[in-house]
Write a protein that binds this ligand. Structure first.
Ligand SMILES: [Zn+2]
Length: 426
C-alpha cells in the first residue's frame, strides 16, 4: 500500500465534487485506488507508509485528452493556412514519415513522454495510415502501461496516394489484424479511425461502422471542424441524402457509445446535439487547434446544456500544446467570447471524470473511487513565480484552483503516476 498526502480533488459526477484539503490518496499494491481519506483519518501505521508528501500540492486523476495525433508529433506549430491547406502542406508529409518503422517507434515514444510530462495519462489517438505506425504506438503505450485508445487512420480518397488504403478490403484486413493484436491487450483499446468525410468513400465509412459494432470498439473521427469540410462532405455523400454531416456518419453506423467526434463547431444545431446525446456519443473540444487554424468557436455551454458528453482535446499537431491546462485556458477564453465563464471545477471535471464519461471509461479512470486505476497527476501551486505569487495570497481554495488552471502548463506538473507508479519525471 502507498499513501500520497496532499490536497485531493476528484469527481464522481459533474455535481459530485470531492475536495479534501490535507487529504490522502491510498493506492493498493496492484496499482488501484483503495480510497481517499482525510490525513487525520489515517492510522499511525498508514501515515508511516506515506511514500510521498505532496502537502503543498494538488492531486488529481490523470488528465484525459480526447483527441490527438501521434502522427503529427513533428508537425506541431507549422505555420500558415486553414485546415485543408495545412493538411496538404504539413500534415500529410509529416505522417508519410511514419512509413519508416524506426522513426514511428521513436516518435511514438516521444509523443507519449510529452503527454506524461503534461499530466495526461489517457488519450484518444489517431496514429497514421500505416499499420506499422499503429503497432509502434501501442507498443510504446504498453511499455508505459498506459490506458490508450488508438487506431490506424483510414483514408481511401482525397489525400496523397502514399497515405491511402489501397482498397476497403485491405483496410478491413489491416484493422482486423490490429484489433486482434491490441484491443484489450494490457490497457490498450482500439478505435476505428476514419480521418473524416473528405478522405473517405461511403464503403470505407460503412466498414468502419461495421467493425466498431461487431467488436464493441471505440470510434473516432473529425466532425464539422470547418465550414468547407461540411460543404465538401455533404457534396461527397449527396447520394445518402443526409440531413447533416453527422447524419452521414450515423447512416454508416458510426455514431454510438464510445464514439468521439473532434471539433463539432459547424454541426447542424439542436438536431445534431440530440443525436449525439441520445446515442451516448462524445465530443472532443480542441480550442488551441480551433484558434490556431481559425476554424471557429465551439459552443461549449450550448452543447453541455443539450446534455452532450464533452471532453477537451489537445489536437496536437493542429493544437499548440500537449498540456490540458493550457487547453483549458483557451477553452475558457473561447467560452468567454460567447458569454459563458467556466469555473475551475468545471474545467477540472471536463479534464478528468467528464472526459472519462465521454469515452465511457468512468468505471476505470478519471476518478478516485475504490478500484479505479491509479493514474494521477500532482500539480504544484508554486511552479512558476507568477503562479506562486498569485496562489500564495488567496484564502479561497476555488480561487487558487482557478489561478492554477489558468496559469498552469507542463511546468505545473510535479509528477505523473500510472497505475500507482511514477512515470514522470522518471
Ligand atoms: Zn485532429
Amino acid at each position: 500500500m502507498a499513501v500520497y498526502r496532499g490536497t485531493v480533488l476528484w469527481f464522481s459526477g459533474e455535481q459530485d465534487v470531492h475536495l479534501v484539503e490535507d487529504g490522502a490518496l491510498v493506492v493498493d499494491e496492484s496499482g488501484h485506488v483503495e480510497r481517499v481519506a482525510r490525513w487525520d483519518e489515517l492510522t499511525g501505521e498508514q501515515r508511516v507508509n506515506a511514500v510521498q508528501d505532496y502537502r503543498d500540492d494538488l492531486i488529481l486523476p490523470g488528465f484525459i485528452d480526447a483527441h490527438a495525433h501521434s502522427g503529427q508529433v513533428d508537425a506541431i506549430a507549422s505555420p500558415g493556412g486553414d485546415l485543408m491547406a495545412w493538411l496538404k502542406d504539413y500534415v500529410y508529409p509529416a505522417e508519410a514519415k511514419f512509413r519508416d518503422v524506426d522513426y514511428a517507434r521513436e516518435a511514438s515514444s516521444a509523443f507519449l513522454d510529452m503527454m506524461l510530462a503534461a499530466g495526461t495519462t489517457t488519450a484518444c489517438v489517431h496514429t497514421t495510415s500505416f499499420k506499422t505506425s499503429t503497432d509502434a504506438f501501442f507498443a510504446a503505450a504498453k511499455e508505459r502501461d498506459l490506458r490508450m485508445v488508438a487506431g490506424k487512420v483510414l483514408m481511401d480518397t482525397g489525400a496523397p496516394d502514399e497515405l491511402l488504403d489501397p482498397s476497403v478490403g485491405q483496410a478491413e484486413d489491416d484493422c482486423r489484424e490490429l484489433i486482434e493484436r491490441w484491443h484489450g491487450e494490457g490497457r490498450a483499446l482500439y478505435a476505428m479511425t476514419p480521418r473524416f468525410g473528405p478522405t473517405s468513400t461511403v464503403e470505407l465509412l460503412r466498414m468502419a461502422g461495421r467493425l466498431y459494432r461487431e467488436h464493441d470498439l471505440w470510434m473516432q473521427s473529425h466532425l464539422a471542424e470547418t465550414r468547407d469540410e461540411v460543404d465538401h462532405s455533404l457534396e461527397r455523400f449527396a447520394d445518402l441524402k443526409p440531413r447533416s454531416y453527422l447524419d452521414v456518419y450515423d447512416q454508416c453506423g458510426m455514431v454510438g457509445p464510445r464514439s468521439v467526434w473532434a471539433h463539432c463547431i459547424w454541426t447542424d444545431g439542436p438536431a445534431d446535439w440530440d443525436v449525439l446525446r441520445s446515442k451516448g456519443a462524445g465530443i472532443a473540444f480542441c480550442p488551441t487547434s480551433n484558434l490556431f487554424l481559425g476554424s471557429g468557436l465551439f459552443p461549449l455551454a450550448r452543447a453541455r446544456r443539450a446534455g452532450v458528453r464533452v471532453a477537451f482535446g489537445t489536437d496536437v499537431g493542429a493544437g499548440t500544446s500537449y498540456s490540458l491546462l493550457a487547453t483549458l485556458n483557451e477553452a475558457y477564453k473561447v467560452s468567454a467570447l460567447q458569454g459563458d465563464h467556466l469555473t475551475a471545477l468545471q474545467g477540472f471535471y471536463l479534464m478528468t471524470r467528464g472526459a472519462a464519461e465521454a469515452l465511457q471509461l468512468e468505471d476505470r479512470i478519471g476518478g478516485f473511487h475504490s478500484g479505479a486505476e491509479a493514474d494521477f497527476v500532482v500539480l504544484d501551486f508554486a511552479a512558476t513565480p507568477v503562479l506562486k505569487r498569485r496562489t500564495e495570497n488567496v484564502g479561497d481554495i476555488h480561487e487558487r484552483l482557478f489561478a492554477l488552471a489558468m496559469l498552469g502548463d507542463e511546468r505545473a506538473v510535479k509528477a505523473t503516476y500510472v497505475m500507482g507508479r511514477r512515470a514522470h519525471p522518471r
